[in-house]
Design a protein around this ligand. Structure first.
Ligand SMILES: CC(C)(COP(=O)(O)OP(=O)(O)OC[C@H]1O[C@@H](n2cnc3c(N)ncnc32)[C@H](O)[C@@H]1OP(=O)(O)O)[C@@H](O)C(=O)NCCC(=O)NCCS
Length: 161
């Protein structure tokens, strides 16, 4: 089942990130995000007492501030033993619905377009410090990013990991 994560899930989520990415970068990132105020959506996929997947969506900053409510996806991870069973897709779909309910105008993600295109993400033309080929957007408010001259950056936690 998918549920909102709690502060007490932090250690299990950090362990999941470490296992899924084979690195401490994402587990450290999760700790920083949990200790800050930038998380908007944080969902886990739980089976019995095990956390098998997690997606975090956090606030972004846009320069200039054009009044859009934009958020960044990440990290998204599923425990290696349970990948390719649809858990990542279920988490992403639930997170997108949650964002829509919260009035988000657009989501951004840095990741493989071959994965995120299934959720209708497209390579973004918005300026950022991230790899342009892998930086993607999903407009929930139609055309809100069209012809926009702006630069976007993720929450501070992402720049200090
Ligand atoms: C990427 C990830 C979250 C996907 O979750 P999942 O539950 O395994 O994925 P799903 O079962 O929902 O979807 C499986 C599909 O995604 C594809 N897929 C899985 N990982 C992928 C990746 N890294 N890049 C591209 N496609 C990927 C599979 O080929 C499969 O495609 P198909 O539906 O055409 O057969 C998971 O594999 C993971 O945690 N990977 C390690 C961490 C990571 O890379 N996170 C993403 C950072 S942007």
């Amino acid at each position: 089942m998918i549920r909102k994560s709690k502060q007490t899930d932090l250690e299990k989520i950090a362990e999941l990130m470490h296992e899924s990415f084979s690195s401490e970068v994402e587990s450290n990132l999760v700790r920083k995000l949990f200790s800050g105020e930038d998380i908007l959506v944080n969902l886990v996929y739980q089976s019995q007492d095990q956390i098998l997947g997690n997606v975090i969506i956090s606030k972004t900053k846009m320069y200039p501030d054009v009044g859009l409510f934009c958020v960044g996806v990440g990290p998204l991870a599923v425990r290696p033993s349970h990948q390719f069973k649809g858990i990542g897709s279920q988490l992403m779909k639930a997170a997108i619905i949650e964002c829509s309910n919260l009035g988000v105008d657009a989501l951004f993600v840095l990741g493989d377009p071959n994965y995120y295109k299934r959720f209708s993400f497209e390579v973004s033309k918005i300026s950022s410090d991230y790899n342009a080929a892998n930086f993607q957007e999903l407009q929930l408010k139609s055309n809100c990013l069209s012809d926009l001259q702006a630069k976007i950056s993720y929450a501070d936690a992402f720049s200090v990991v």
